[in-house]
Design a protein around this ligand. Structure first.
Ligand code: EPZ
Length: 438
């Protein structure tokens, strides 16, 4: 029996820059997820504002619900109450659905002394091990057991709770930093985390926790020193809701979209300070825009007077070029003149989508799992595209718009994981995108 599949049908602009208007960026998925998990550290309800309405947030809410946490949403504000927290294992199906479920292990272990969870799932972008988390918890005195042939992890804190420790990260893991930071906030004594991630989402989480009484020194540096509360939960009280920072990856993707497909486009609700390098690279490549602290405006971007130059994209931990912007930027490279080199240094499985882009007509040589060479500009033709992850999914929409003809984008559940109301937002600037059942 044939099953029906929902896809995005996108009408290409055949290289013309026809879009115009204003498009707003939503709250950052990758800050919203650890913030939600941080509710486990509190003895009273916590409130968040600018929460993106995306399926990863719903998954995190369902995961927390499976261990007794109640949350209530009103538009973009969310109240999360962990007073009824239990020692139930995480809902296995939900935890497997998204990698970020592993972030919740840190605060849960610190709060209840035990966490039972399956290996986390997520996008198909590489191996994504969790050794950094496990060895960190062990350094804090926890015992890690692997059960059911590796299908379940049980982590148990020592008698009396997690103990402060000196932990040096083997890799600057974003979610690893967030999980251990949150575990350390409720631990006994002082924890030093060295070689931590500097991504804005990590810094924003640390600042939010500090504003609620956590003691964290070194925020914004690669060494964090956390003085634990000794098991006493944080108190939110009647503070104003914590506002999620703007999603720098969504903003960066919209800027690429604007450069390739819009005559005039204003991107609002950004934090341009988090996009310094991508903006610099696009300017060097010939994109003209005006940036304020919160907006980027591309104007008079007509085909006649715009030739973009090729660029070198080498992903790196922040403040380097974000791996999550690598796919949209590679689509830009297909329309730039000359040879662009793309080097994916964070994940080993994040260039596969380029095969689809090559099938659309781009000149791409994938040298190995970390490196590709894109020679442009090339005309693209619409086709069927199967998103392997959410960031490549949005890049496919951009490629489909650049192309001539219609494209059908499959696996739209990936796109929905990270981009709020994407069809409405895109339609608002003139994109012909619709949901179709095929
Ligand atoms: C976060 O993933 C983001 N996810 C990812 O965003 C982002 O691509 C990535 O950081 C890098 O910036 C969230 O914040 C929810 P890492 P994370 O641990 O934390 C290796 C998106 O599209 N590693 O910083 O899972 C790992 O394999 C996503 O929004 C270990 O070896 O990434 C990778 O090579 C996808 N052992 C490197 O570290 C570990 O225990 C960095 O990964 C952990 C990680």
């Amino acid at each position: 029996m044939m099953t029906e599949t929902e896809v995005f049908r996108v009408a290409g602009l055949a290289g013309e820059k026809k879009l115009s208007g204003t498009i707003a960026v939503s709250g950052s998925k990758n800050e919203a997820l650890p913030l939600l998990a941080s509710a486990l550290l509190f003895g009273d309800p916590v409130r968040f504002a600018n929460m993106p309405q995306i399926s990863d947030i719903e998954s995190m809410r369902t995961l927390l619900e499976s261990i007794g946490v109640v949350s209530e949403s009103k538009e973009h504000t969310l109240t999360v109450d962990a007073r009824g927290i239990s020692k139930e294992p995480f809902n296995r199906d939900v935890a497997r659905k998204f990698r970020a479920s592993v972030i919740a292990t840190g605060p849960l272990l610190a709060r209840t002394g035990e966490v039972v969870f399956p290996p986390p799932g997520g996008c198909l972008i590489g191996k994504r091990p969790i050794d950094v988390f496990l060895s960190g918890y062990e350094k804090m005195g926890a015992t890690v057991s692997v059960l059911d042939d590796g299908e379940v992890f049980r982590i148990t804190a020592p008698e009396g709770g997690l103990r402060g420790a000196h932990i040096i990260f083997r890799v600057q893991s974003v979610t690893g930093t967030e999980a251990l930071l949150m575990a350390a906030v409720l631990a006994h004594g002082t924890t030093t985390l060295e070689n931590v991630a500097l991504e804005p989402e990590v810094t924003a989480l640390a600042e939010a926790l500090c504003a609620c009484g956590a003691k964290i020194d070194g925020i914004g540096t690669t060494t964090l020193v956390i003085t634990g509360t000794g098991g006493v939960p944080l108190s939110f009280g009647d503070r104003s809701p914590i506002a999620v920072i703007p999603d720098r990856i969504e903003a960066g993707s919209f800027i690429v979209l604007g450069a390739l497909c819009a005559e005039n486009l204003t991107i609002t609700n950004c934090a341009t300070k988090h996009l310094s390098l991508p903006l610099e690279m696009l300017r060097d490549a010939g994109v003209s825009f005006e940036a304020t602290d919160t907006t980027v405006t591309i104007s008079n971007n007509t085909k006649a007077n715009k030739v973009f130059r090729s660029l070198q994209i080498r992903t790196h931990e922040y403040p380097g070029f974000p791996t999550d912007l690598q796919a949209p930027m590679s689509i830009f490279a297909t329309q730039a003149t000359g040879e662009s080199v793309v080097e994916e240094m964070i994940f080993e499985g994040r260039l596969g989508y380029l095969e689809d882009i090559a099938r659309m007509g781009a000149n791409i040589v994938i040298a190995d799992s970390h490196k590709a060479i894109i020679t442009g500009p090339m005309k693209l033709t619409g086709r069927e595209l199967y998103s392997p992850d959410l960031r490549a999914g949005l890049a496919y929409i951009i490629a489909a718009l650049v192309a001539k003809g219609t494209s059908h984008i499959y696996n739209i559940h990936y796109i929905e994981r990270g981009y709020e109301h994407i069809e409405e937002k895109l339609r608002g600037i003139g994109v012909a995108i619709e949901r179709a059942v095929v």
